[in-house]
Design a protein around this ligand. Structure first.
Ligand code: SAM
Length: 284
C-alpha cells in the first residue's frame, strides 16, 4: 500500500468475530502512523491484538470537526491515517461522514476499504426476494417520531433495513407490526458473527411473541429487515385513496375517515390512517 500514501483510509473492523478483518485492512492499519478512532479506549486493545502500533486520535460524534483539523494536518504532512469505528464500517450509523467530507474538501485522498457491515451481513442471509433494499439505520427513539418515520416508509417496495439496540428491540418490533401490518416478513438478525448469532424470519404478526418467548432473544445487537411493500399495494392504495378523498372532502377528521374507509374497503386501518394523513397534507 506504500505507493497509495498519504490518504485517509476508511477501515471497517469486525462486528464480533475478529477473523472478519480483511487482509488489506490489516496491512493498512499496520502501515499507517495514525488511527482516528470513535472510542480510543475501545479500539486500543483491539488494535493491539492485531499488532497495530499506530498512535490514536479521538474522533467521535462530539469532536469530529476538531479531529478533522488534526487528521488534515497529518495528511498534509505526508502521513496516512486510518479511520475506525467501534465495530463495522465507519460512517454507517457511526461517526466518520463529516471527517471524510472535510478531508475530501481539503483535496486530500480518501480510500475506502471494504469490510464488515451489519446491514450487509444481515441482508446477505435474510433470503428476501426483494431486488432492492433501503438502509435506514436507527429509527427515532421517541414513539411519535418513530411512527411518523414508519409512515413515510410504509409503501416503499424495498426491503427496509433497521439497526436496533437491545433496550428498544421489543418496542421497535411492536411498532413495526403496528405500522406495516402483520403480514409482511420480518428478518431479525442478532449477534451477527458472535457466539449466539441468530437469524429468525417470521411474519411481523408473530415477531413480538417470538421475542417474548425467551429473554435471551432480546439480548445483543440487532438488525431488523422488513420485506418491501407488496406490488399489489399500489392498486389497493388507489381504492383506499379514492374512498379516503371522498370522506376527507366531506370534512371528516383523519381518524374517522380511516375508520370508515377500513369498513368500506377492508384495508388495514393503520395503512389507511397513514394514507389519510398524507392526503390531508396534500392539496386536493
Ligand atoms: N458501523 C456499523 C456497521 O457497519 O454495521 C454499525 C454501527 S451502529 C452504532 C451499531 C448497530 O449496528 C447496533 O445497534 C446493531 O443494530 C448493528 N450491529 C452491530 N454489530 C452487530 C451484530 N454483531 N449483530 C447485529 N447487529 C449489529
Amino acid at each position: 500500500m506504500t505507493e497509495e500514501l498519504p490518504a485517509l483510509y476508511v477501515a471497517p473492523t469486525p462486528l464480533g468475530n475478529l477473523g472478519d478483518i480483511t487482509l488489506r485492512t490489516l496491512e493498512v492499519l499496520r502501515a499507517v502512523r495514525w488511527v482516528a478512532a470513535e472510542d480510543t479506549r475501545h479500539s486500543a486493545p483491539l488494535l493491539a491484538r492485531f499488532g497495530v502500533s499506530a498512535k490514536l486520535i479521538a474522533c467521535h460524534e462530539h469532536n469530529e470537526e476538531a479531529a478533522a483539523e488534526q487528521v488534515i494536518a497529518r495528511l498534509a504532512a505526508g502521513e496516512s491515517v486510518a479511520l475506525v469505528s467501534d465495530a463495522g464500517t465507519p460512517g454507517i450509523s457511526d461517526p466518520g461522514a463529516r471527517l471524510v467530507a472535510r478531508v475530501r474538501a481539503a483535496g486530500l485522498r480518501v480510500v475506502p476499504l471494504p469490510g464488515p457491515c451489519a446491514a450487509v451481513t444481515a441482508f446477505s442471509a435474510a433470503g428476501l426476494a426483494d431486488a432492492h433494499f433501503l438502509f435506514y439505520g436507527f429509527l427515532p427513539a421517541k414513539a411519535g417520531q418513530r411512527e411518523a418515520a414508519l409512515r413515510q416508509l410504509l409503501r416503499l417496495p424495498y426491503a427496509l433495513v433497521f439497526y436496533e439496540a437491545p433496550h428498544r428491540i421489543v418496542d421497535t418490533v411492536a411498532a413495526l407490526a403496528t405500522a406495516f401490518g402483520g403480514e409482511r416478513t420480518l428478518v431479525l438478525a442478532r449477534e451477527l458473527t458472535k457466539m449466539f448469532e441468530q437469524i429468525h424470519r417470521c411474519p411481523l404478526a408473530e415477531a413480538s411473541a417470538w421475542l417474548a418467548a425467551d429473554a435471551d432473544r432480546q439480548r445483543g445487537e440487532f438488525v431488523l429487515i422488513v420485506a418491501g411493500a407488496p406490488e399489489s399495494a399500489d392498486e389497493s392504495d388507489a381504492e383506499g385513496e379514492r374512498v379516503l378523498r371522498l370522506l376527507l372532502d366531506e370534512g371528516l377528521p383523519v381518524k374517522q375517515a380511516a375508520k370508515l374507509a377500513h369498513a368500506i374497503t377492508g384495508k388495514a386501518k393503520n395503512a389507511l390512517y397513514a394514507q389519510a394523513l398524507e392526503l390531508r397534507q396534500q392539496p386536493g
